[in-house]
Write a protein that binds this ligand. Structure first.
Ligand SMILES: Cc1cc2nc3c(=O)[nH]c(=O)nc-3n(C[C@H](O)[C@H](O)[C@H](O)COP(=O)(O)OP(=O)(O)OC[C@H]3O[C@@H](n4cnc5c(N)ncnc54)[C@H](O)[C@@H]3O)c2cc1C
Length: 400
């Protein structure tokens, strides 16, 4: 089992670090440090295009479709350095979700139409899976698609659709056979242009005060049959394949390591005449416990990569990464807010843009932490809740 990087891997890490240091625009980096969810669509696209030009936009894709040909360990190094450099989260819906579905199951025409603009960042996607009442129990979804000649007529509703208001296309699960023996067997996977008449996006404002979630309504939306992925009523197969891709990189070790460092710096500062938190033995012991868990997660991840390099798929263990990664991150976010003391409270949404001229009440080192704490509460919910991940482990690893 390989738990340390080889000299070649360390050289690769240096190359990645240098590239990120020299090419990530400073104003985007500043915005990520202040409030990552406030990076504008224009800046996400600008950074996307820088990576595209370099040929590093889709490390996990096969080389023939525009991937880098990196090993699993190189991809891991890239992910860690990326987070540590405060590079912005790219839109995952094209690159990590529907892209792999299209190159694996799509027709030649679908590949020709959709893969190049996903890679270049010219077309953004969103994910139309969840519905009111169909989240964890996704296969119970009700949005209906009825075939009329060479079109489907779609009626129904999706919810929690991240960035639908920015997206050009949506990939949606729809019910094409309500009479199927098993609910998973009557579902199809459609690619839908967001400009199609009858499709309406309504905002949901989340607890952190920002707008990235939406409801999407379909009223007699006409979708060409050639926009279906694979076979009719076999959409569940492609949907599950996509969910496997959604969870890659979910551990967020690099990001949590950066948070530990930030937390230590803040804890050293005297707050409003009080002793620095770093002198409090209870705080120090809690921080050590989280750091120990983070180190264990890092090693678990390296062990899995080692297995993957040896040709064994990670399987249900990916769920362990999701549970532990999100729990650690949420614990760190809470401690960061706590370390700010009284200054943990104010929202100050107007101060979250790096180019603002609003002088925040919160000291510079603490701006955006409360918003990040609230925003990332959702990390244990989306991508399959942590309870559902525990069910997967119970079945797939423990055999219960
Ligand atoms: C910030 C955010 C972004 C999202 N973005 C998208 C998106 O872009 N596209 C999209 O399609 N969806 C998106 N979602 C939806 C997300 O996938 C669902 O919220 C998630 O699958 C949970 O479904 P639910 O909200 O219906 O909760 P429910 O499934 O109703 O769950 C409620 C609670 O019950 C628990 N529970 C449910 N079933 C079980 C069980 N069998 N065993 C044990 N516990 C159980 C859950 O863990 C949870 O705690 C997003 C959600 C959030 C919060």
């Amino acid at each position: 089992m390989q738990l340390q990087f080889t000299p070649e891997e360390r050289a690769f890490r240096d190359e990645v670090r240098t590239f990120l240091r020299e090419n990530l625009p400073e104003h985007i980096r500043d915005q990520v440090i202040r409030a990552p969810s406030y990076v504008s669509k224009e800046d996400v696209r600008l950074w996307h295009k820088i990576l595209y030009e370099k040929g590093w936009i889709a490390p996990a894709w096969p080389k023939e479709y525009g991937g880098t040909g990196w090993t699993a360990t190189q991809r891991h190094i890239w992910g860690e350095e990326y987070q540590a450099a405060h590079a912005p989260r790219l839109s995952p819906f094209g690159l990590t979700m529907v892209g792999p579905v299209i190159y694996t199951y799509g027709t030649e025409e679908q590949k020709r139409q959709h893969l190049p603009p996903i890679l270049s960042g010219d077309i953004f996607w969103c994910q139309g899976y969840s519905e009111p009442g169909s989240g964890s129990d996704l296969a119970s979804l009700k949005t209906r698609a009825v075939r009329e000649g060479d079109e489907y007529v779609v009626n129904g509703q999706k919810i929690w659709t991240s960035h639908a208001h920015h997206a050009d296309w949506i990939f949606a699960l729809v019910r094409t056979d309500p009479g199927a023996r098993k609910k998973q067997e009557g579902i199809s996977f459609l690619l839908i242009d967001m400009k199609t008449p009858g499709l309406e996006v309504r905002p949901i404002i989340s607890i952190d005060g920002s707008h990235y979630l939406n409801e999407v309504f379909f009223t007699d939306v006409r979708v060409p049959v050639e926009n279906r992925i694979g076979e009719e009523n076999k959409g569940w197969t492609y949907a599950k394949f996509l969910l496997g891709h959604e969870r890659t990189g979910i551990a967020g070790v690099g990001q949590s390591k950066a948070k530990v460092e930030r937390l230590k710096r803040i804890a050293e500062i005297e707050q409003a005449g009080l002793r620095p938190l770093a002198e409090d033995p209870d705080f120090r012991s809690r921080l050590s416990a989280v750091e120990a868990k983070l180190t264990a997660l890092d090693y678990t991840l390296l062990r899995m990569l080692s297995k993957e390099e040896a040709g064994q798929g990670p399987g249900a263990e990916v769920s362990m990464l999701k549970i532990n990664g999100t729990e650690i991150e949420q614990a760190l976010n809470e401690m960061l807010v706590e370390a700010l003391g009284y200054y943990g409270m104010p929202y100050e949404l107007e101060s979250l843009r790096a180019d603002t001229n609003v002088d925040p009440v919160v000291p510079r080192h603490g701006v955006g932490l409360m918003t990040e704490h609230l925003l990332r509460r959702a990390a244990s919910i989306y991508g399959g809740t942590n309870e559902i991940q525990r069910n997967i482990i119970a079945k797939g690893v423990l055999g219960l």
